[in-house]
Write a new protein. Structure first.
Lengths: 275, 275
């Protein structure tokens, strides 16, 4: 039997007395890519925070590499969504990656040669060597995200938690960032990828965890991304359209259409897409 | 010039130079964090409230300096208690500042002795420092220095990217709180030299200037300390030559002069690199 990187049994997570999910069961193998989808407030980010041990379960159990979440932080890399740095921030790209190694260390100590090699290797892996010495605030959003990936992978984590790392990136950068994260699976790293939009990760996702208003579903993209399955989850008619390999989720009822459009304005997404 | 050498041989001048050196070093150290965490208003607020602390100290125990330090700790605690998040921190400081200054004036009106000890803290009275006061300044300064070096990297990480730092298990909130106390105490020390109204010239200007000529965190910190020391010591020395003008005046002038100079250098550099 393959040992699982993450094992979630009967987990119930409640925040402010609202259950984000109940009795969730999920085993994640080394090298597996899980896309986590769902509308705003469904608990996608909270799911990641739970794995970081920041939120406790109201019921059930989580084991990460055979240990409780709080004791495995060193084995977890975390990639947040892109947020612009101040242009004059006194920090170069490389310094951001360095913090992945020594950011938690107290006192002033220099990096060892070995650590510097790890840092160089991580920067090469995200193909950032040519801009790693420039001030981070002057890099593009995509370049900043590549350095954040380097920071997350510098310690060779067994698990990568990604919280909407593609948000506010252009399409080309989205592809590069998704592909660079996917590349980490060759080392047996499990990837948990929270996203609003499944298409950029559709080529990579082994399974999809879909969270909607206290309900959840897990399965391959082909199993989950169907009109029937999503209509069950949303408890209202939902159509999943396949447009040249791109999946487009539309709410089928007219009333809900209006809600969808409001949600769109917040997220600057195309009129047709939802989720 | 004869006067200048005569002054230098006096112990009150030597005390002043030593105290200035110490205060300049710790101000230069916290300055990059103040800029990065956008806490300029916290510097302004806590420094002005050193006046209230000094007035309370005078009234209760005839000890302005100890009162000022006690006040700094109370103010830092109030800011962290009432300011629940970073967004409303500045408005909370404004509220505390307004009330605190009123309280300071009230306390002073009860004080029967000479109020100069409290008003000194508004403009600084470096030559009035006694041996015991110098010892207190030294002790507090050394503690602050050691504390900043100890938490330097985790504080840098959590100032830059609190979300990722939290995922790495860094106690982001505790560090933020620790920094607030360090800031309040440092600013109170600096108030003894340049006065509360002019603290910004040692606690903010040096790092802002340093950022124009370097983008590495360590170099910015070193340059910031260097600029603060040049301004502080330079200001005291100039006030010995022009002995009818207060050192605070020269400190602010030198500090601002350095700022203008590095901006000129930076604009010449960027103009030549653009060619």
């Amino acid at each position: 039997m393959v040992t699982q990187n993450i094992s979630i049994k009967n987990a119930t997570l409640k925040l402010n007395n609202k259950a984000l999910f109940k009795k969730l069961n999920l085993e994640i193998a080394p090298g597996e890519f899980i896309a986590i989808l769902g509308p705003n407030g469904a608990g996608k980010t909270s799911f990641l925070k739970m794995l970081l041990g920041l939120y406790g379960l109201s019921a059930g159990n989580i084991e990460i590499l055979g240990k409780s979440p709080k004791n495995t932080l060193a084995e977890i890399g975390y990639i947040p969504q892109q947020k612009a740095f101040d242009r004059d921030l006194p920090m170069r790209g490389r310094n951001l990656v360095e913090l992945g190694v020594n950011g938690g260390r107290f006192g002033i100590s220099a990096l060892s040669d070995e650590e510097n090699q790890h840092i160089n290797k991580a920067i090469e892996e995200v193909r950032a060597t040519c801009f790693a010495n420039r001030p981070i605030g002057q890099l593009s959003g995509g370049e900043q995200q590549r350095l954040r990936i380097a920071q997350a992978i510098v310690n060779n984590p067994k698990i990568l938690l990604c919280d909407e790392p593609l948000l506010s990136l252009d399409l080309n950068s989205q592809q590069i960032v998704a592909q660079l994260i996917n590349q980490q699976r060759q080392y047996g790293t499990s990837v948990l990828f929270v996203t609003h939009e499944i298409n950029p990760v559709l080529p990579y996702a082994d399974r999809v965890l879909y969270l909607v208003d206290g309900n959840w579903a897990i399965g391959t993209p082909a199993e989950i991304m169907t009109s029937k399955k999503l209509s069950q989850l949303f408890k209202s008619p939902v159509d999943v359209l396949n447009l040249h390999g791109r999946l487009i989720v539309v709410n089928a009822s007219e009333h809900a259409e209006a809600e969808v459009q409001c949600a769109h304005h917040q997220h600057q997404k195309s009129n047709q897409e939802m989720v | 010039m004869d006067n200048f050498l005569l002054y230098l041989s006096q112990s009150f001048v030597q005390n002043a130079l030593l105290a200035t050196l110490l205060v300049a070093i710790i101000c230069g150290l916290i300055s990059p964090f103040v800029v990065m965490r956008k806490m300029s208003f916290a510097v302004h607020g806590t420094s002005e409230l050193a006046f209230t602390g000094a007035a309370a100290g005078l009234l209760i125990a005839n000890q302005a300096l100890i009162g000022a330090f006690g006040g700094a700790v109370v103010v830092a605690a109030l800011i962290s208690l009432l300011g629940t998040n970073e967004r409303n921190r500045d408005s909370t400081i404004g509220v505390i500042l307004a009330f605190g200054l009123g309280l300071g004036v009230l306390l002073l009106s009860f004080y029967k002795g000479f109020a100069t000890q409290a008003t000194n803290i508004l403009f600084g009275n470096i030559y009035g420092i006694s041996g015991i006061q110098l010892a207190i300044l030294l002790l507090v300064g050394v503690i602050v220095f050691a504390a900043i070096l100890a938490i330097y990297r985790p504080l840098l990480f959590s100032s830059l990217d609190p979300e990722v730092a939290t995922a790495k298990g860094i106690p982001v909130k505790t560090l933020g709180l620790a920094f607030l106390f360090i800031l309040a105490i440092t600013v109170t020390e600096a108030a003894q030299i340049v006065g509360t109204l002019l603290v910004l010239s040692l606690a903010i200007t040096p790092a802002v200037a340093a950022q124009y000529i370097s983008s590495k965190p360590i170099s910015v910190t070193v340059l910031s300390v260097a600029f603060a020391v040049i301004a502080g010591i330079g200001g005291v020395l100039l006030s010995l030559i022009f002995d009818n003008i207060k050192p605070s005046v020269f400190i602010t002038f030198i500090s601002f002069g350095i700022y203008i100079l590095v901006r000129l250098i930076a604009s010449v550099k960027s103009a030549s690199s653009a060619k």
